[in-house]
Design a protein around this ligand. Structure first.
Ligand code: SF4
Length: 391
């Protein structure tokens, strides 16, 4: 399998990433929420300065595609007018915060997100790697534990718990400011403990590299003598009606600008790490073309990255194949244009990874996992039952 290029950073709005179809400009909604004006504004700007295609990322952001070097400055000016741009690229890269879309008014989630964003933009904030992120989920049963983050702020019986990813204990806090302070203390400890190498690093990797018998002792006192993480863990939700509104999906997490504008007309939108949007307060599924509103829609069983020709690293087109295979599937399939696995970095029941010599089939692994079969063509896959031959 050929080795993909690891960028080690995520695109931003001020630091976009080049892709096969132009610049990718990532917009990070504050508190994971877009007002109707912001949603309509992004839609208008995406159509005016990009291709009009908008991706939802598994970091709960929006990505505007097809932007050019010439159109980028005007796009940034427009986004700034909707309060969607940070002071500079460093602030933007640090403000990597996922908020559970199931927050409720007054539960503290929005206040913690604002306090954390302020703390991360302070002059003395730690210099964190580009992919380092935070999550806020104050529900008793967390739905976002599968999201890739490094520091979590979670509900606890006696307050809120701040803990590192994969740590079993954390520090208890009771105000948004205290939560932000504790999260930054843990982030500083991560940096001081050698968590960053060559500008990259993740909390889980640092933790796994520590000897098992001593790693707990290395934690700052209040993170090791605080409380244990709660076990409540819910699977990622499907489209449908929730107390907070309607959760809707999109084929491959991608929509046209016009769709975003129509959704903005229905109410404020909450971004999610599942490439779906929650429309606040809506009690019925919206009748807008291109939305996935049913929990049993076959397209929810496939995940596929941009693939060729949109991504420069892709060895094949991914989405037409995933679309053709969706009705045949009984479990989740990830189709990846290369071994990097951007669309689904963790293991999937079935993965097809494009290589220069065809697709590799991987069972219960990531896109770079060990294949069971190699050199498969798109025709092999669509015209046979190969995918269901491996229990
Ligand atoms: S996984 Fe897909 S989107 Fe990511 S680099 Fe490879 S081909 Fe491109």
């Amino acid at each position: 399998m050929s080795t993909p290029v690891i960028q080690g950073w995520c695109p931003g709005a001020l630091r976009p990433m080049q892709s096969g179809d132009g610049l990718v400009v990532r917009v990070r909604p504050r508190g994971g929420r877009l007002t109707p004006d912001q949603a309509r504004g992004i839609a208008q700007l995406a159509a005016l300065h990009g291709s009009g295609l908008i991706d939802l990322s598994n970091r709960a952001n929006l990505q505007l595609r097809g932007v050019t070097d010439a159109s980028h400055p005007a796009l940034i000016d427009g986004l700034r007018g909707f309060d969607l741009i940070d002071t500079d690229a460093t602030d933007e890269a640090r403000r990597n915060i996922i908020v559970s879309p199931f927050w409720t008014e007054g539960d503290g989630s929005q206040e913690i997100a604002a306090a954390l964003a302020r703390a991360l933009s302070a002059q003395d904030a730690p210099n964190l790697p580009g992919k380092f992120g935070f999550s806020i989920d104050l529900a008793k049963s967390s739905t976002i534990r599968t999201a890739s983050v490094d520091i979590r702020i979670e509900w606890h019986l006696s307050g809120w718990l701040v803990r590192g990813e994969s740590f079993v204990t954390g520090a208890m806090v009771d105000t948004p400011e205290a939560a932000a302070t504790a999260a930054l203390e843990l982030a500083r400890w991560f940096v001081d403990s050698g968590g960053v190498e060559g500008g990259r690093g993740r909390m889980v990797r640092l933790w796994q590299n520590e000897p098992r018998n001593t790693r707990h002792d290395r934690l700052p006192l209040r993170f090791r003598e605080g409380s244990d993480a709660m076990l409540g863990n819910a699977p990622p939700p499907k489209p449908g009606t929730f107390a907070q509104g309607q959760l809707v999906g999109f084929e491959f997490g991608q929509m046209q600008a016009e769709t975003l504008a129509q959704l903005g007309d229905l109410g404020p939108l909450r971004v999610t790490p599942w490439r779906m949007l929650l429309i606040e307060g809506l009690t019925e599924a919206p009748q807008i073309p291109g939305l996935i509103t049913r929990a049993d829609d076959p397209m929810l069983r496939v995940i596929a990255c941009t693939g060729a020709p949109g991504c420069l690293q892709a060895h094949a087109a991914t989405r037409p194949l995933a679309r053709a295979l969706a009705p045949k599937l009984t479990e989740t399939l990830h189709v990846s244009g290369c071994a990097k696995g951007c669309a689904h970095p963790t293991a999937a029941p079935l993965t097809l990874t494009a290589t220069p010599t065809g697709f590799s089939l991987i069972r219960n692994g990531t896109a770079s996992g060990t294949p069971l079969r190699e050199g498969l063509s798109a025709d092999d896959l669509t015209e046979t039952n190969i995918l269901n031959e491996f229990p």
